[in-house]
Design a protein around this ligand. Structure first.
Ligand code: SF4
Length: 251
């Protein structure tokens, strides 16, 4: 899927598996389960017998040839969560094998982003597979909604020697990142999307994150600040568009 929205950090995605289950505060208005899955099913792009709550592998997409057409910043398994416990270890390693095979054949290797709300399993698998650190084209993003989840999830993210991305989306409270900033590489913020019942965003939470990221010299990116409940996408904070990427990440 092309990512033409300026608020999206990705230029493309690769979805050889789909499926997930709501597991966290930020899942209340899951873009994939609530909107994309039913739409793709109506279009016939998902087999009729596949349920959203089951992990499904698209065998035809499990190939280097399928991934090779993606470039820039590529989200891996954006239609679900690769580290959901319904996805087998074997499937996760097959996906990592395909990324490695593809990268080995490319002159200009994209940034592949593994993105999860289940960083404990991500850390267990990646630390065992890459004890010296992940390949430099692989980055790890963890979604965070509040302080308690930041403390829980960033602890696992920091176990992985990789490019570490903290995605505070949907941000649901004030979050202090001071204990983690020195080991992060990118900080991203976004509000909840999805219309009138999207939860309220307090811009002071966003300013607090921005000030911490800027103070630590980290690139800072705002996906959307939907203070008007999604009637239009707002990305500007205090007169500035925050569109910063880590070195080597080009959209
Ligand atoms: S973890 Fe992500 S994909 Fe899974 S239910 Fe939550 S928001 Fe949706």
């Amino acid at each position: 899927m092309a990512k033409n929205n300026p608020g999206d950090i990705l230029t493309g995605d690769w979805n050889p598996i789909i499926g997930c289950q709501k597991c966290s505060l930020g899942c209340r208005k899951c873009w994939y389960l609530d909107a994309l899955f039913p739409w793709l099913k109506r279009l016939g792009k998902i087999p009729t017998d596949v349920q959203p709550s089951a992990a499904h592998v698209f065998e035809n997409r499990m190939a280097s040839a399928y991934l090779r057409s993606k470039n820039g910043i590529v989200g891996v398994c954006q239609h679900g969560d690769l580290f959901w416990d319904e996805v087998s270890d074997e499937t996760i390693h097959r996906i990592l094998d395909i990324i490695e095979e593809t990268a080995a054949t490319m002159r200009r290797v994209p940034n592949y982003v593994l993105w999860t709300k289940r960083p404990q399993r991500m850390a267990n698998i990646l630390c065992a597979r890459y004890p010296q650190g992940t390949p430099n084209y692989l980055a790890c993003a963890v979604s965070i909604e509040n302080q308690a989840l930041a403390d829980e999830r960033l602890t696992h993210l920091l176990r992985i020697n990789t490019t570490r991305i903290a995605v505070l989306e949907p941000i649901l409270g004030r979050v202090d990142l001071q204990a983690y900033l020195a080991e992060l590489h990118w900080v991203i913020v976004g509000s909840e999307t999805g219309g009138d019942d999207a939860r309220t965003l307090d811009l002071e939470w966003v300013r607090h994150i921005r000030d911490q990221a800027v103070g630590a010299g980290l690139p800072f990116f705002i996906k959307q600040l939907n203070t008007d409940h999604g009637k239009k996408t707002i990305r500007e904070l205090d007169g500035h568009h925050w569109d910063e990427f880590p070195d080597g990440f080009n959209k």
